[in-house]
Design a binder for this molecule. Structure first.
Ligand code: PEP
Length: 247
């Protein structure tokens, strides 16, 4: 069985001071947890201080985005080397908010994953269908395209998949445990066909995960962890999600 990974995506929230306050209380709450991997993705401005505060705790820090070029005249962008320098071990790529508001295509996502992996960053690749696509029974077709386009010419080591149905992100509407398990099973089969050496790839569920629904989601055999937005912003709520994820 894969060790669960619980990841916090803070999006555009928290100052450096708020990051410090969160981490100081959170590490006390999860100090005895050894059977769950934990990762926090703060905004860029808090990465360095978060990484310093989390040093030696085993809790990893991730960027929420990265650019696909290594350096140069790309005003406003952040390179993989810069994320590593700030103390990141990994990066979230292809979040639906990046796809929706910043026009990220599967091709761009693929280029970003390639540069991130080349530089030694682990990657959480986000995929998921919209409500309209689900209602039209296009979920698996959409996922096929996102997986094939995003993972083109890539090995799967260092990659985690986050299945995040767009209709469940920040809406309070969680996929039912059965819906999540069905899609995760589909993704697992897709990965097996793509590369037989894919068993170590974790598939996280994301979309309105809360301390209350974590246990039933994590009890699904094909769910290997969670990517948590809103409920990761308070230390007690995120710590509860971590402790509820223990097998
Ligand atoms: C996310 O944005 O990755 C997410 C899952 O958000 P929320 O938990 O708030 O739905």
């Amino acid at each position: 069985m894969l060790k669960p990974l619980i990841a916090a995506n803070w999006k555009m929230n928290k100052s450096i001071r708020e990051t410090g306050e969160f981490i100081t209380s959170f590490i006390r709450m999860v100090k005895d947890v050894t059977d769950v991997d934990i990762l926090i993705a703060p905004p860029f401005t808090s990465l360095h201080s978060a990484a310093q505060l989390l040093n030696k705790t085993g809790i990893k820090v991730a960027g929420q985005n990265v650019y696909y070029e290594e350096k140069g005249a790309f005003t406003g962008e952040i390179s993989p080397a810069m994320l590593l320098d700030a103390g990141c071990a990994s990066v979230i790529i292809g979040h639906s908010e990046r796809r929706q508001y910043f026009s990220e295509t599967n091709e761009i996502v693929n280029k970003k994953i390639k540069t991130a992996r080349k530089n030694g960053l682990d990657v959480i690749l986000c995929i998921g269908e919209s409500l309209d696509e689900r209602e039209k029974n296009e979920t698996f077709e959409v996922l096929d395209k996102q997986l094939a386009g995003s993972l083109k010419d890539l090995q799967l080591d260092g990659i985690t998949i986050a299945y995040e149905p767009i209709w469940a992100i920040g809406t309070g509407k969680t996929a039912s445990p059965e819906q999540a398990n069905e899609v995760h099973t589909y993704i697992r089969e897709w990965l097996r066909k793509y590369n037989p050496d894919s068993e170590r790839v974790r598939i996280l569920y994301g979309g309105s995960v809360t301390p209350e629904n974590t246990r039933t989601l994590m009890a699904q055999p094909a769910v290997n962890g969670a990517l948590v937005g809103g409920a990761s912003l308070k230390p007690d709520s995120f710590a509860k999600i971590v402790t509820e994820s223990k097998s």
